[in-house]
Write a protein that binds this ligand. Structure first.
Ligand code: NDP
Ligand code: OXD
Length: 315
């Protein structure tokens, strides 16, 4: 006799998207029962939650939960649930697709700042022939905060372009072509003289608000800051002040305290800020679905997967 199907509840903030993901995962997991979280028929049967920004208490209603899947690399949106069931493993969604997209985004925006495109475009708007000469990348110190899946590949990409590339992580790391720094003791040496800073840290108690006035003051004067990790890493007013004083010349922001960024937010029209709508490395649903289905199958068969996050560490 066939046993009861493995059951999965899916939540994304839009009901339409939840349904799309259910349909897709249902096709990729034949024989499994995949339901949108808002329409679960029997909460006591749910074994897996697949979520992006779940609401507080959503996951606590499932007593038999074996694992939670984050539809994304970050797990901060899962840990933000104050009623999150403790000790349920959290699976990250990572892969070469995500790292490739992030390295493209980082290369694009670092090169754009390096070659001073905002000023070139401002000159073009005034029909001005303004031959801005910048040093070669080899004489430009760039820093990548976080040397995990994304930060490591981003740093390697920048090193490959010839930049004097530095990286910073919690523990000592070795990345070819990159000068690595670690922990609070390595922080100041990492920042000193950095002209373009890229944030790819996870959002944790230790990293919240790390992009603040004290950090900006340690960078080279006129530095550029790229935040592609999480909005709450940045103290917004400190950035606005640093841009006004010239300590920071330009910023590219992909992530914000509130998303979507409200239409009246001053960042939209700030002349020194480039806003992108959390697309640095947004996984497309078909690719994400394949990765998640494979992880669910492996977890169901073996009780673990390589892409487990550490909830206590926060990433
Ligand atoms: P990983 O978990 O693979 O890597 C995290 C890195 O940050 C590690 O190198 C870790 O150090 C380091 N780190 C963590 N805490 C500290 C700390 N307190 N001090 C110094 N270093 C620290 O993460 P990913 O690379 O996969 O992703 C990073 C973040 O990027 C995600 O958490 C998410 O928020 C964001 N993201 C944004 C996307 C976008 O489209 N904008 C898309 C995907 C992710 P160690 O190596 O020592 O553990
Ligand atoms: C992620 C993201 O965490 O897209 O994957 O932000």
């Amino acid at each position: 006799m066939k046993g009861s199907p493995v059951t999965v509840a899916v939540y994304l903030p839009s009901e339409e998207k939840s349904q799309d993901w259910c349909n897709m995962l249902g096709e990729l997991l034949p024989g499994w029962k995949v339901e949108p979280m808002h329409a679960v028929s029997d909460p006591s049967a749910i074994e897996y939650g697949v979520v992006w920004r779940p609401k507080t208490g959503d996951l606590a209603q499932f007593p038999k939960l074996k694992a939670i899947v984050s539809i994304g690399a970050g797990i901060d949106h899962v840990l933000a649930d104050a009623a999150l069931p403790q000790d349920v493993p959290i699976i990250r969604t990572v892969g070469t697709d995500l790292t490739q997209r992030m390295r493209e985004y980082v290369a694009l925006h670092v090169l754009r700042h390096h070659r001073n495109m905002p000023d070139i475009l401002a000159s073009q708007a005034k029909s001005e022939w303004n031959q801005i000469v910048v040093p070669p990348a080899t004489r430009r110190k760039v820093g990548v905060m976080g040397l995990g899946n994304l930060g490591k590949v981003a740093a390697q990409t920048l090193a490959g372009l010839g930049f004097d590339t530095h990286g910073w992580a919690r523990s000592p790391r070795e990345v070819g072509g990159v000068t690595c720094h670690a922990g609070t003791e390595g922080f100041d040496a990492f920042l000193e003289g950095t002209e373009i800073l890229v944030n790819l840290l996870p959002l944790t108690g230790e990293t919240r608000g790390i992009l603040n006035a004290s950090l900006f003051n340690k960078l080279a004067r006129g530095a550029c800051v790229i935040n592609a990790a999480r909005g709450p890493h940045l103290v917004d007013q400190d950035l606005v002040d640093a841009l006004a004083s010239g300590q920071v010349a330009q910023a590219t922001l992909d992530v914000f305290h509130v998303e979507p960024l409200p239409s009246d937010h001053p960042f939209w029209s700030h002349p020194q800020i480039t806003v992108t709508p959390h697309i640095a490395s947004m996984i497309d649903a078909p690719t994400g679905g394949q990765i998640i289905a494979a992880n669910l199958r492996q977890f169901e068969a073996e009780g673990s997967v390589p892409d487990l996050a550490d909830a206590r560490r926060g990433y």
